[in-house]
Design a protein around this ligand. Structure first.
Ligand SMILES: CC(C)(COP(=O)(O)OP(=O)(O)OC[C@H]1O[C@@H](n2cnc3c(N)ncnc32)[C@H](O)[C@@H]1OP(=O)(O)O)[C@@H](O)C(=O)NCCC(=O)NCCS
Length: 307
């Protein structure tokens, strides 16, 4: 029997067509051409050999983009984006796209595959369980859930986010807080290298903005803490990441840096800030009244080399 669709590998000729396709097939997310281009082409390991489009005749019926990364000594493959046109679901297109991606990821050395929670540049930090068919497909393909992540949301309209008073107190303790400059890159990357290597990509993206969408705290001229926004998922009101060096914690530096970013975001016209892939839920709930807005299930599959 003739296969009702074919799968093409490579960058889409018309990213705007793929963006519209994803936008109408994601029930809980929006997609724009600019955002799609950031997800595909601004990925530090963007590989057209891991970009798959399913066509039903001339019509785009499915799309999957994956990346291959070594993370903390492990060889991961990640599905970063995936959707099938509503009218063409349950015809095996999702399975065919996934299997094409898995084969290529294994050929490129991946030993574990995860879905969506891609460090460095990601769309969402796991599968939102309301995309239940995606979970069913993942489990059928041999994935198992190993964890959960959450996105929080902060209402930017409820405070003015000014931090001048608190900053004066820090100043009296020899701590300077200011917006990061492009020339702070090496020093900021140095701090990240110690504890948060995986965040260098987002820091680099934030420093490229004009003005840089990053704030830092310095003691004796050394950067000891940072916060940033509008790096991953640019233009969507995406905060983070942020971090304070262990020897500066508990002084209020983190909350000031967080509020500085929220103030920027409000001034850019956002009404809410998404605080994604959160670990310290209580910190954000306490300082900026953030609430858990979405939950994501993290799924993983071990794949055998040379399978
Ligand atoms: C997830 C998605 C890509 C699946 O695409 P698809 O082409 O319909 O998938 P397939 O036809 O290959 O289905 C494969 C298997 O997945 C499971 N599955 C898919 N849809 C399902 C559903 N609605 N209910 C239960 N199981 C489902 C089944 O086990 C199915 O096998 P079967 O039809 O033999 O029972 C599609 O539903 C989609 O685009 N959803 C919206 C976007 C999305 O969720 N993206 C991923 C976000 S993490």
């Amino acid at each position: 029997m003739k296969q009702p669709f074919i799968i093409k590998t490579g960058w889409p000729e018309h990213p705007e067509e793929v963006a519209r396709f994803l936008d109408r097939n994601f029930d809980f997310d929006r997609m724009t051409t600019a955002l799609l281009e950031e997800k595909l082409f601004a990925d530090p390991q963007a590989d057209p050999g891991l970009c798959f489009s399913a066509y039903h005749g001339e019509v785009l019926a499915g799309f999957l983009f994956a990346v291959r990364r070594d993370i903390r000594g492990e060889a991961f493959g990640y599905v970063k984006l995936m959707a099938v046109e509503k009218a063409h679901r349950r015809k095996g297109i999702g399975t065919a796209l996934y299997l094409a991606a898995e084969e290529s990821l294994v050929a490129k050395g991946a030993t574990k595959i995860r879905i969506y929670d891609v460090p460095l540049n990601y769309f969402m930090p796991g599968i939102d369980p309301r995309y239940t068919p995606a979970l069913c497909l993942a489990w059928k393909m041999g994935f198992t859930q190993f964890g959960e992540s959450v996105n929080m949301v902060a209402d930017l309209t409820s405070y003015d986010w000014s931090t001048e008073k608190e900053e004066k107190i820090l100043q009296s303790k020899g701590i300077e807080v200011r917006r990061a400059r492009k020339e702070d890159k090496d020093a900021l990357f140095g701090l990240l290298e110690e504890e948060w290597l995986l965040w260098q990509n987002e820091a680099g993206m934030a420093l490229k903005n004009d003005p840089p969408s990053a704030h830092i705290a310095l003691k004796n001229g050394r950067i000891k803490a940072f916060s940033l926004h509008n790096a991953n998922n640019k233009g969507t009101g995406w905060f983070g990441p942020m971090g304070t060096h262990a020897d500066m914690r508990g002084l209020g530096v983190g909350s000031i840096l967080l509020k500085r970013c929220l103030k920027d975001m409000r001034e850019e016209g956002h009404r809410t800030a998404i605080i994604p892939w959160v670990a310290p839920v209580a910190f954000y709930a306490h300082f900026v009244d953030a609430r858990i807005e979405r939950v994501f299930w993290r799924n993983e599959k071990e794949v055998l080399l040379g399978k």
